[in-house]
Design a protein around this ligand. Structure first.
Ligand SMILES: *Cc1c(COP(=O)(O)O)cnc(C)c1O
Length: 387
């Protein structure tokens, strides 16, 4: 079996766990003591690695974890995570017994769901639930007081359900204009005001909300993107209350270096033609790694300077134009810092005309993730694997 941190291809991502801890420490300073942090580790922790991120978040003071689907929650349980986990998305009613077995908290927003789910639970079992309110996101959630009161009543009448939380999700917390945000917030306050009692957790803010709107803290916040050190949107970056430390970086090494002459071509379609004598380097990363074809022309860092990707990106490899001869084995940084130069996740997102959230998520599982503490590559027990 391969050891963790060992692989046969020189392409890897690094996740600096100190950045995740540091970002959460900054949040802890910002948030009042009674506001709990729910660390959002869905989608393999936005591509960073679920269990390592979950552990770092809990060590840094997060009280709860959140994922999108029950499969993700079970994966964390199987990797030894015992902290409470909220499944944010919809779960099938026939799967509630599995949720109970794994000690999970589910999101509920339909009365029929409760009626069906209870038939799968036996007396003595109990399922903690958070009710989702749709205040304007238009995704999932109860949309008015009557629907909420109906759910509340069914929960009260069935001892198998424990109403532990209620929450909503903002559609525009990362936009400078806060009109729609304020509408959602007042609607949420109005709807929860109609409940007969407050559940333990009331939460509505994602990263953007938590960074910008203390009036929406309630007693918990759900932190995703900012925990990973990425701004929720470029437009709110200037007004962030503290600086974020980007945890994710992507690296490779030159596997081939050659001199080409003026007029010689590179890659599929022979679309790139050398303008003169040039040094071309080959990297073992391609679109099957999530380094997609649209990144042709994007600059990477090699020898501390920027070098462009030339010719089409292949499934497993791509070529760069080197500033000068460089030896095989030279480290190339595709995302991250090298000798004081920086290619940020935001730069890649801009090139791909998308949001930064998408970038670490699309870096394929074929790319191994290495974890850093104190600048050194460590394993799950924090033992140093490489210095
Ligand atoms: C993904 C998600 C979050 C985290 O959002 P960020 O913008 O990454 O902080 C919070 N709440 C819900 C319901 C989500 O789906």
């Amino acid at each position: 079996m391969k050891e963790q941190g060992f692989f046969y291809r020189d392409t890897w991502a690094e996740v600096d766990l100190d950045c995740i801890s540091g970002n959460l420490a900054s949040f802890k300073k910002l948030l009042p003591k009674d506001v709990a942090i729910i660390a959002v580790v869905k989608a393999n922790a936005y591509g960073h690695g679920d269990v390592q991120t979950a552990r770092a978040a809990i060590e840094a003071g997060a009280k709860y974890l959140a994922v999108a689907f029950m499969d993700e929650a079970i994966a964390l349980r199987e990797k030894g995570i015992s902290a409470p986990i909220l499944v944010l998305g919809a779960t099938r009613p026939q799967d509630v017994a599995v949720a109970v077995e794994h000690n999970l908290t589910l999101t509920v927003f339909q009365n029929d769901w409760l009626e069906e789910a209870k038939t799968y639970l036996s007396p003595g079992q109990s399922l903690p639930i958070h009710i989702k309110v749709d205040t304007g996101m238009g995704r999932i959630g109860v949309r008015d007081k009557n629907e909420l009161l109906l759910l509340e009543r069914t929960i009260q009448q069935n001892e198998v359900f424990i109403l532990e939380g209620i929450f909503t999700h903002f559609a525009t917390a990362d936009e400078l204009d806060d009109t729609y945000f304020q509408q959602q917030l007042s609607l949420f306050k109005e709807i929860i005001g109609s409940m007969s009692g407050n559940p333990k957790y009331i939460h509505c803010s994602n990263s953007a909300g938590a960074l910008r709107f203390p009036e929406a803290f309630f007693n918990a916040v759900r932190l995703g993107i900012a925990m990973y050190g990425l701004t929720p949107s470029p437009e709110i970056e200037p007004e962030l209350p503290f600086s974020l430390q980007e945890a994710f970086s992507l690296h490779s090494r030159l596997v081939h270096v050659k001199k080409v002459q003026k007029g010689e071509k590179v890659s599929y379609g022979a679309t790139y033609e050398a303008e003169g004598e040039e040094w071309i380097g080959t990297l073992p990363i391609g679109y099957a790694d999530g380094w997609i074809r649209k990144l042709q022309g994007q600059e990477v860092l090699v020898g501390g300077v920027r070098a462009p990707i030339v010719g089409r990106i292949c499934m497993d490899q791509c070529m760069i134009k080197l500033p000068e001869y460089m030896p095989i084995g030279t480290t190339v940084t595709l995302i991250g810092v090298q000798d004081g130069n920086f290619v940020s996740v935001n730069e890649i997102a801009k090139k791909l005309e998308t949001i930064n959230y998408e970038i670490p998520c699309i870096i394929a599982s074929r790319v191994p993730r290495l974890y850093k503490r104190g600048g050194k590559i460590v394993d799950l027990k924090n033992y140093i694997l490489q210095s």
